[in-house]
Design a binder for this molecule. Structure first.
Ligand code: ATP
Length: 281
């Protein structure tokens, strides 16, 4: 099963709850060209995970294993499963890779056993992480609450040409939220989110570029000057807009055409050889 990465073209932190969780409003865009692959086959007793592609733990703490254990417990099935994960989504990058893999494990097991009702599967997904329910059925739309409520956009989306720039160092979501300036927290009445949705449906890269936003970005630019350098480079070389996805540190460049995106990719490769993981979408 292929399961896509996501980027957040919009992320507003609307409230901090007394229990420490942040409430958000965020536009999730699945990227079909950037995906992990997970397969399942039967094996001897227990759970095994083989990992290929980008390095990530293959032990119990991998979200594939955690998801499969929870499914087994809830469904009352003794695991006898061998998973193979081919990792293409950068890790701890703001692209939802771990959540995608957890959802893929739940979906593969549900396809095989149909042991849980839809609501039970959703509940299991929320328990694994706020972004996991999104990946049970990845569509473009707005997440709210702590990320677990989802409203798809009202119309098909035409994704603008995007260059994804991952600087090959990890940032934990916890770090990004801890360093968020509390003064930013609150509602947004600018109309940006609605303009962004309209731009995506119209297939208008310039309208998308004008409306992207991320409340978590300022702290990341302050902490990692490389991100500002990359952003400036991308804009100087033809990107319409550049922003950080989710809790970072990955940047996405919104481009006016696939040609500009491909040229930008070549220029970036030449300027920072081997330092960056570049993906086109
Ligand atoms: P998000 O955008 O949902 O905040 P992220 O893209 O920033 O997430 P992930 O790639 O999901 O981050 O990884 C977060 C942490 O989860 C990493 O520290 C990683 O070690 C751990 N992890 C466990 N399982 C996986 C997996 N299958 N793929 C990636 N990371 C995993």
């Amino acid at each position: 099963m292929r399961i896509p990465a996501k980027i957040n073209l919009y992320l507003k932190v609307t409230a901090k709850r007394p229990d420490g969780y942040h409430e958000i409003r965020s536009l999730f865009l699945p990227l079909d060209d950037i995906a992990d692959e997970l397969t399942l086959r039967d094996g001897d007793d227990g759970l095994e995970l083989a990992v290929a592609g980008l390095p990530v733990s293959n032990a119990e703490d991998n979200l594939v294993c955690r998801a499969a254990r929870r499914y087994a417990e809830r469904a009352g099935i003794a695991p006898h499963w061998r998973f193979t994960l081919t990792k293409h989504i950068p890790v701890a990058a703001g692209m939802g890779g771990g959540s995608a893999d957890a959802a893929a494990a739940l979906r593969l097991l549900q396809e095989r056993y149909s042991a849980l009702a839809d609501e039970e599967l959703h509940e299991l997904a929320v328990g694994l992480g706020a972004d996991v329910p999104f990946f049970l059925n990845p569509r473009t739309g707005f997440a709210s609450g702590i990320g677990e409520r989802f409203t798809p956009l009202d119309g098909p989306v035409r994704t603008p040409p995007l260059l994804i720039v991952n600087p090959r160092f990890p940032v934990s979501a916890r770090w990004a939220y801890t360093h968020l300036d509390p003064a930013r927290i609150g509602d947004d009445d600018s109309g940006r989110a609605e303009a962004l949705a309209a731009g995506l449906i119209a297939g208008d890269p310039a309208a998308v570029a004008r409306s992207v936003h991320n409340d978590l970005a300022a702290a990341l630019y302050r902490k990692f000057p490389l991100l500002t350098l990359l952003r400036e480079f991308l804009i100087r070389h033809g990107a319409l807009q550049v922003e950080i996805t989710g809790s970072g540190p990955t940047l996405y460049a919104v481009c006016p055409s696939p040609d500009v995106r491909d040229r930008l990719r070549e220029e970036l490769e030449a300027a920072w050889p081997a330092a960056l993981l570049l993906l086109s979408a």
